[in-house]
Design a protein. Sequence first.
Length: 204
Amino acid sequence: MPRHLTDKDIARFRRALCKVATERFARHGYEGVTMRQLAEALGCSPKTPYRYFKDKADILATVRAQAFNSFADTLAKAAARAPDAVAGGRLVGEAYLAFARRHPHAYRIMFDIDAPLDSCRHPELEAAAARAIRFVTQGAERLAAAGALDADPTLYGWSMWAAIHGVVMLQQSGMLAHGPDSRKLAGFLGATMRRGAAAANGRS
């Protein structure tokens, strides 16, 4: 007869399983991971993970939600330290790069895995992703309000996100070993895009 699980037991096992799952999903993708493999990595029976999660999709949604929330927390702390909108853009960009560098597996399961956000089955994942996505336009809106940006904040924000995501992918693939420092490259992209947005609207 299985022993009674305390709240601490449940939390401890879930943390261990989520840690292993994050690394496995990042390395092998959703289809390349099985519940049996996760159980083997934890040294438990194949049925044990089902005592804590519904299925593999539930595990993926949980670890992705955790990653998005951690990512959003990191960006929020950086934005809160900024004395002005321009500094905010720089600090948030640096925090973005630092998060991706320190937590490469979390970054990959957020943005580089073939598994869509399922808001019907996993509303907590949608909410966590929405927190992170809010930073796409928030910084651009502050730049526009401060008169430092003369462009559609939504388009500018998503364009900047596409650019910095590209920097992260180059960094994670090792390609920046042959090129500029990631912070220097991201800073150049941000400054160039602001100047370009101003020029497109007839400003120098």
